[in-house]
Design a binder for this molecule. Structure first.
Ligand SMILES: [Zn+2]
Length: 551
């Protein structure tokens, strides 16, 4: 399937012709604003598949951008937290310390403001610095605002800096944690007071365009309709009073996120400190992820979600441009991970797909070690990585190497598992082993672990019998778009593999600032040339439509 995917979407029109890009910044550029746009669970083929239908933000990105259509979140656990942590740090999970969602921003000491039922969140596990810290080192007045539906999507791009960082509470408002502040600022409180949930509660998600313009089938029984129905229309109406939590499964969550980000940009004067002073605005948009989980990355719902997001991004950029000239802004569009299709919908001609149930392994450990398995030995199996307190196991007389050998034997025999690494076999794997390399980039040297699992192609980690997932080191899970545009960046298409850890060093070079630590990524744009056919194809996009704001 991957070969077909690459042939269809990525490798077409690779004719090298343009001068290098981004233009080496000499002297460095000093944009007023860096805008990082993260579309959670966006694959490059989705961005290009509907290219002719974009009229808003995606159209602007593809027309003005240096478009890297083979971007990689080049690590093994392709989840939201580790993905976001790579973006402005320039470092892999093995070096940021953010390995999984569960070992991400969860922090019971950092309570969430106005939401005492929520688990707290902070960047305490994040190691090292980000572009935000490098900018602050040059200019201590640098303004930083980060917004997302998800706590991890808001927190991790900016690292440990105590910036303006806000995310959505399931109770139906934007908030933050006490790591950052003790009360919400006036502009967030004022935005919340406008009653975002009440404004949307009666809505029904209908198709934006005539049904005949969507080639996707609707209503597969493997889709997970949040309203109990798998086909359009989807209703939020009956979900009160929990609409604040349900809203995240609907496209409007993204319009709310962009709306609060715009209010924040105005309130904080982002990009308005005068020429040569650079601020950072990070926005992570999560509805694509939720809709993708529910209906799959090839669904009519994803198509419609992306049409809406394109429109809202266009509205957002137009609105932002009234305060900060686009010529003095640098935009980055990327994602935290890709996605696998709904396994049951992968045709047998492409090998078919399947689900692997991690709960089975945990149950096996429980049987073997009884009540001590978690409390004494800290066993935890999360997206292919089995961690444990190896020292405690040894102290209780467990022969850890024998345990590892038994685990390898048991797991290798299970359906859907291609390879099981131990620390020893991972260390000795050759650099050409792509899956081993992704695991090496994932596991910090001070984490004790027993085995790391590589699923077979088209196999998803799953806890449900419907919907789609991501989280494996497979190609479709690591694939993301990377698009940069604006001040100092030349447009063009690039098909060579690049990585999300390259974003931070690229921006640092453009800005003429120095990272304070060794990075895993390298600046993009060295001696590169864009695809001629890509440039020609950009002329085919549809004309721009009039835009209205979010609901
Ligand atoms: Zn997800």
């Amino acid at each position: 399937m991957l070969a077909l995917f690459l042939a269809t979407h990525l490798m077409s029109g690779v004719v090298l012709s343009d001068p290098p890009l981004p233009r080496p910044a000499n002297p460095p550029i000093r944009p007023r604003l860096i805008v990082l746009l993260v579309v959670d669970q966006l694959r490059p083929d989705q961005l290009l598949r509907y290219r002719g239908e974009w009229t808003g933000g995606f159209k602007q990105a593809l027309e003005r951008g240096a478009v890297y259509s083979h971007g990689l979140q080049d690590h093994a656990i392709t989840q939201t937290a580790p993905g976001h942590a790579t973006l402005l740090s320039g470092r892999f999970p093995a070096h940021t310390g953010i390995v999984t969602n569960d070992i991400g921003v969860v922090d019971s000491l950092a309570r969430v403001i106005r939401d005492s039922g929520a688990v707290g969140a902070s960047p305490r596990r994040f190691r090292g610095t980000t572009l935000v810290d490098w900018l602050i080192a040059r200019d201590s007045a640098t303004r930083v605002l980060s917004v997302s539906r998800k706590d991890r999507g808001a927190i991790l791009p900016v690292g440990r800096a105590k910036s303006e960082v806000y995310w959505w509470s399931d109770l139906g408002f934007f908030t933050t944690s006490r790591y950052y502040r003790n009360t919400l600022p006036d502009w967030v409180a004022a935005w919340n007071a406008r009653g975002p949930v009440a404004r949307l509660a009666g809505r029904t998600w209908e198709l934006l365009r005539p049904a005949a313009t969507y080639p996707e089938a609707d209503g597969s029984r493997y889709e997970r309709g949040r309203d109990g129905r798998d086909a359009f229309p989807h209703r939020l109406t009956d979900r009160m009073p929990d609409a604040g939590a349900w809203l995240k499964h609907f496209p409007w969550m993204d319009s709310l996120t962009l709306d609060v980000a715009l209010d924040g940009a105005h309130a904080l004067g982002m990009g308005r400190r005068g020429a040569g002073r650079t601020d950072v605005l990070s926005i992570s948009l999560s509805a694509t992820d939720d809709v993708g989980h529910d209906f799959g990355p090839d669904s009519r719902e994803i198509h419609d979600q992306l049409l809406r997001l394109d429109h809202w991004l266009g509205w957002f950029m137009d609105s932002l441009a009234r305060g900060v000239p686009p010529s003095e802004t640098v935009f980055v569009l990327t994602s935290d991970h890709g996605s696998l299709p709904i396994p049951e919908l992968i045709p047998s001609a492409q090998g078919g797909g399947g689900r692997i149930w991690p709960a089975g392994l945990s149950a096996g450990l429980r049987r073997k070690f009884g009540p001590r398995w978690q409390s004494d030995f800290g066993f935890r199996f999360d997206y292919g990585l089995l961690v444990a307190d190896v020292a405690a196991l040894q102290a209780r007389g467990v022969a850890v190497d024998s345990l590892r050998a038994a685990l390898v034997q048991e797991l290798s025999a299970r359906q859907g598992i291609a390879r099981v690494f131990t620390p020893a076999t991972l260390a000795s794997a050759p650099p050409s082993n792509r899956m081993a390399a992704r695991w090496k980039r994932t596991i910090p040297s001070d984490i004790e672990w027993l085995v790391a699992v590589v699923p077979k192609e088209n196999m998803s980690w799953s806890t449900d019998s419907v919907g789609a997932n991501h989280g494996t080191p497979a190609e479709l899970d690591v694939l993301v778009p990377i698009v940069l545009w604006g001040s100092g960046i030349r447009s063009g298409g690039h098909s060579r593999p690049v990585r999300t850890v390259d974003i931070a060093p690229t921006l640092a070079r453009l800005l003429g600032i120095r990272p304070t630590a060794r990075l895993d990524g390298v600046p993009l744009g060295e001696g590169e040339r864009a695809s001629r056919r890509f440039r020609a194809s950009r002329a085919r996009t549809t004309p721009r439509a009039a835009r209205t704001g979010p609901p």
